[in-house]
Design a protein around this ligand. Structure first.
Ligand code: SAH
Ligand code: SF4
Ligand code: F3S
Length: 497
């Protein structure tokens, strides 16, 4: 019987996408997916270390797996445990000191080596730790475009356009674990989009820590890359990528907006999302591309972090609250009916009552559709963790968080209520968890919608739904018509004989 694997994801979208690659590699090696730990032969924990809670969760899970592994070995079998991702990159060998029952530790730059490292472990009978420092060669495993993926949803693909981050936000561990910023070659991205579309993918999310600075490090042979990817002549290429960088500039650099425009021409791709742009790099050409390219969803995730100029400066964010709000107004004016989400941190070292009030004011003015809010968590090795500024006591941070939640939930509810009576295009994800008679899907704004279909509708279908009611977190609607059904292949389970 084939061995079974389970991949658990702890982190962000990039982490999730790495999990899809880990699953793809394991399936390529003959493994089949397990439903839970109890039937798995290999468990891969794909970790995150953005906040302290993420560390705690990993070590808790490892504690639970220890008992399972011991029971297996008493029965004469094994449970192999592999730890991948950002926390593995950060903790390296010390992870084995805390959890000696881990068999393989691999970092963020060598996801493609997962299967070989498992084999090395079996051969040697010893734990294997392989952590690479950032590699700058864009053809190697940084962009494992050649790696197979097992997509969580066959109609939706994450597409990495950039890895690493060159910013130095004082609170953030990401540059330390994901390395310097490297943009993926333009032609490779388009080729992956086309491959995905041919497999029936209709929604793509372009991924990077700082997507707006895409291309800054590519000075490139854009022409030859596009030609290699598409076999096209320069005239059509110029059209494909937006004229700006192909018209005789001495050192053509593709911009993020060129990428949006080119992605918008890939047949079959109905929805394009991207995350995350940095407010300091949000240029007008990106906003214009969002407005011009029909497939780009009217949704902008623009992390604010704080509304206080002093705190923003101490965080090294590179913008003021006023500049942030100006960019946002420009985006709303140009794109039209734009949904906006954000990330906000409360309790950054030295954050005063007045600083926090400023955050509340900016959050109210920005009227977010959705906000991810975090209590500041010191990450050893970051500038803020060594800050001399006074710590914000836990109780104060918690109280600030609940006031901030009240502000963002009010705008979320109002934004959702404003959709009542409107017709929305919904991409169906599957049955609702709470009420299986209903289907759940997302609008172009990324709002969750539940509705009752009159007949079964496959996940990946597009439907027009009239919104009948709204809450802070979701919309309820009724089906108007089915717009399209999915083209991806569905695995048909074969009953065991
Ligand atoms: N590159 C992305 C952010 C990735 S991390 C960007 O710049 O938008 C996702 C979010 O986690 C950040 O936006 C921030 O709000 C939060 N975060 C990062 N480090 C944190 C820390 N030390 N404590 C609390 N929240 C943090
Ligand atoms: Fe972290 Fe800032 Fe880079 Fe985002 S832009 S990953 S918050 S350093
Ligand atoms: Fe993502 Fe967490 Fe790493 S947020 S980049 S998985 S530290």
């Amino acid at each position: 019987m084939a061995k079974r694997y389970l991949v658990r994801t702890f982190g962000c979208q990039m982490n999730e996408h790495d999990s899809e690659r880990l699953a793809g590699l394991l399936e390529g090696d003959g493994y089949e997916p397990a439903r839970d730990e109890s039937e798995a032969d290999v468990v891969v924990l794909n970790t995150c270390c953005i906040r302290e809670g993420a560390d705690t969760r990993l070590y808790g899970t490892l504690g639970h797996l220890k008992g399972l592994k011991e029971r297996r070995s008493a029965e004469g079998s094994d449970l192999e445990i592999m730890v991948a991702g950002c926390l593995a990159q950060k903790d390296r060998e010390s992870l084995l000191e805390r959890a000696p029952h881990v068999d393989v530790v691999l970092g963020t730059h060598n996801v493609g080596r997962a299967v070989e490292l498992l084999a090395d472990h079996r051969e040697s009978g010893r734990p294997i730790v392989e952590i690479l420092e950032a590699t700058v060669d864009a053809d190697n495993e940084q962009f494992p475009s050649a790696l197979p993926v097992v997509r969580e949803n066959p109609w939706a693909a994450w597409v990495t356009i950039q890895v690493g981050c060159d910013n130095n936000c004082a609170f953030c561990i990401v540059p330390a674990v994901r390395g310097p910023e490297v943009s993926r070659p333009f032609g490779d991205i388009l080729a992956e989009l086309e491959r995905a579309a041919a497999q029936g993918v209709t929604e793509v999310t372009l991924l990077g820590q700082n997507v707006n600075s895409y291309g800054r490090d590519l000075t490139l042979s854009a022409r030859s890359e596009l030609k290699a990817a598409h076999g096209e002549e320069p005239a059509t290429m110029r059209h494909r990528v937006g004229g700006s960088w192909m018209q005789g500039e001495r050192r053509p650099r593709p911009l993020f907006s060129d990428l949006l425009r080119a992605a918008g021409e890939v047949p079959g791709i109905e929805r394009i999302r991207y995350t995350s742009p940095h407010p300091k790099d949000l240029r007008s050409d990106t906003i214009a591309a969002m407005a011009d390219v029909a497939a780009v969803c009217e949704h902008l995730h623009l992390p604010l972090q704080s509304g206080s100029d002093e705190v923003l400066a101490a965080m090294h964010r590179g913008y003021t609250a006023e500049r942030y709000l100006q960019r946002l107004s420009e985006a709303r004016a140009v794109v039209g009916d734009l949904a906006v989400s954000t990330d906000i941190i409360v309790g950054f070292p030295g954050e005063s009552d007045a600083d926090f009030e400023a955050t509340l004011e900016v959050a109210a003015e920005a009227a977010y559709d959705n906000a991810y809010t975090f209590v500041y968590s010191p990450r050893p090795g970051t500038e803020a963790a060594a800050s001399e500024a006074p710590e914000v006591p836990r109780a104060v941070a918690t109280e600030r968080m609940s006031r901030l939640r009240a502000v963002v939930e009010r705008s979320s509810r109002m934004a959702n209520e404003a959709r009542v009576g409107r017709r929305e295009e919904v991409l169906v994800e599957g049955p609702s968890k709470r009420d299986p008679r209903r289907l759940t899907g997302r609008t172009r704004h990324n709002r969750l919608v539940h509705f009752e279909p009159q007949r079964p509708l496959r996940p990946g279908s597009y439907a027009e739904v009239e919104v009948t009611s709204a809450s802070t977190t979701h919309l309820i609607g009724s089906l108007v018509e089915v717009l399209s059904t999915p083209k991806h292949r569905t695995k048909i389970p074969v009953a065991a004989l």
